[in-house]
Design a protein around this ligand. Structure first.
Ligand code: HEM
Length: 479
């Protein structure tokens, strides 16, 4: 009889599915949905003695996320040898645990405090104006590509004080390729698959190259005029002057992982929000009215933006139904009890924003985009968690919200979007992030028009339930 921890699996009482562990990284949402449908709040995928545990309820989310001593963070990174660049570029918050994590987080949190957020407002507004510089009514744009490039530039400017589009794209591409390689090698290690271990050498040389780029950026930054600069790196350099333990090596890790954590999550949130608004004209109309009646000029002020409750509801609802961070993982540090399961040390435990946010018992009609619901609900920290929850909750959450509010308001005061009829919109999870995997083609309209929703094809319909008018029209076959 096989056993799971101390409990017999054959008893039929435990939520265990025997299957291929690689089913999970291949299509995380499909795999988690089917485990949730079959087993409910807790499930285990087991393959030849190797297991991944999944938690899908607020109570299990709480147990796992609020106990960082039992459930360690392990950003899908292979740490690399002690003296390797791979070790240094992965030495950011996401890979730290215990006292080291607490101490580094304290230093980083100071840098992200609300006090400095108004200073970012001007930079965000300027870069958004630049984005729209060549936009004209009637043009067609791919929101996905545009938002990814825009956020590379925005993130470089806000985090590193570098406002150079070409440099941002180069550095961002290096970081993205490296994150993806980590994910694949890390997943390979999880299932001990030899086909993945070949990529390890490649990962190490990518890390060498990335570390060089980050160090060059530090150098450029230090030699530039740093007076009155409020980018995150300047604040970290200031913190470094007073915090002896924040060495340059640690800064390399913090800079890399913070950039990686910041730009795609925000870019995907923009793409999904703009697309959802285009496909829900009544929501767009209400938002346009709020912007018109409660803000002045093309550039709403920081305080005006904070008072826009419908914009806030739109952003929250977009991150509920299409959370850019769709799941994340922990590793059990020791043998531990989770509900009926005894988890041996080293068991990966996945929690999922996507599954939690789509639970019918927490959110009525959970697959629909309905910002109005936020007028009457206030879910708990482990029920609604686009930025995670507990002691590892996103440290950039307030900054991300400032970016989302400001950019959406500045764009939507000038342009509205209409999806291109019969185009294809696909979304999928890659390296834990739920993002578009196709273009999101949209036509620009002026802000005094609220265009109709249109039919689109693609996997978007498996992720969010949209109005009937957006359903693809069946293709007629020739007789
Ligand atoms: C819409 C945008 C964003 C989303 C959806 C998001 C989501 C998340 C989530 C879910 C976590 C927790 C992961 C876990 O528990 O395993 C996290 C952590 C983190 N995020 Fe964000 N994030 C966003 C933007 C940002 C920004 C703008 C920054 C920095 C400028 C940032 C920096 C970080 C860092 C450093 C961590 C690690 C915290 C720790 O381990 O203590 N994120 N983020």
């Amino acid at each position: 009889m096989s056993t799971f921890g101390s409990l017999p699996i054959s008893a039929g009482l435990l939520p265990v599915r025997h299957g291929n562990l690689l089913d999970f990284p291949q299509d995380p949402i499909a795999c988690m949905r089917s485990l949730h449908a079959e087993f409910g709040d807790l499930a285990v995928l087991e393959d030849q003695g190797q297991r991944i545990a999944f938690v899908f309820s607020p109570e299990y989310n709480r147990q796992v996320l609020s106990d960082p001593n039992t459930y360690l963070s392990q950003f899908f990174a292979v740490r690399g040898g002690r003296r390797s660049a791979q070790r240094r570029v992965t030495s950011g918050l996401l890979s730290m645990n215990g006292a080291e994590h607490r101490e580094s987080r304290r230093v980083m949190m100071d840098v992200f405090t609300k006090r400095v957020l108004p200073q970012y407002h001007e930079t965000i507004t300027e870069i958004t104006d630049d984005l729209m510089q060549d936009w004209q009514v009637g043009q067609q744009h791919d929101l996905n590509t545009e938002m990814v490039h825009f956020m590379l530039r925005m993130t470089s400017a806000l985090l590193f004080g570098v406002n150079d589009a070409q440099y941002s794209v180069e550095l961002g591409n290096k970081i993205d390729a490296w994150v993806r390689q980590n994910h694949e090698v890390g997943m390979g290690a999880l299932v001990s698959s030899p086909e993945f271990s070949d990529r390890y050498d490649q990962l190490l040389s990518m890390a060498d190259d990335l570390e060089d780029s980050i160090k060059q950026m530090f150098q450029k930054h230090r030699t530039a005029n740093t007076e009155k600069r409020s980018d995150v790196l300047s604040l970290m350099f200031q913190a470094q002057a007073s915090e002896q333990q924040l060495s340059d090596e640690k800064l390399v890790g913090h800079a890399t992982l913070t950039f990686a954590a910041a730009h795609l999550t925000t870019a995907h949130t923009f793409s999904w929000t703009l697309f959802l608004l285009a496909q829900h004209p009544e929501v767009m109309q209400k938002l346009a009215d709020e912007l018109e009646n409660n803000t002045t000029g093309d550039h709403p002020s920081f305080d005006e933006l904070k008072s826009l409750s419908y914009l806030e509801a739109v952003i929250k609802e977009s991150m509920r139904v299409m959370p850019a961070s769709s799941y994340s993982q922990r590793i059990s540090a020791m043998q531990t009890q989770l509900g009926p399961l005894t988890l041996p040390a080293g068991t990966p435990v996945i929690f999922s924003q996507f599954i939690t946010h789509h639970r019918e018992d927490l959110f009525k009609n959970p697959d629909e985009f309905r910002p109005e619901r936020w007028a009457s609900i206030s879910p708990g920290a482990y029920e609604y968690l686009p930025f995670g929850a507990g002691p590892r909750m996103c440290i950039g959450a307030s900054l991300a919200m400032v970016e989302l509010r400001t950019v959406l308001a500045v764009i939507l005061k000038r342009f509205h979007f209409q999806a291109v009829a019969n185009s294809e919109v696909n979304g999928r999870v890659i390296s834990t992030m739920l993002g578009p995997t196709s273009s999101i083609d949209a036509v620009l309209h002026s802000a005094d028009v609220v265009p109709d929703a249109v039919p689109v094809y693609g996997s978007i319909h498996d992720l969010v339930k949209m109005p009937a008018s957006t359903k693809p029209i069946a293709i007629r076959r020739a007789a």
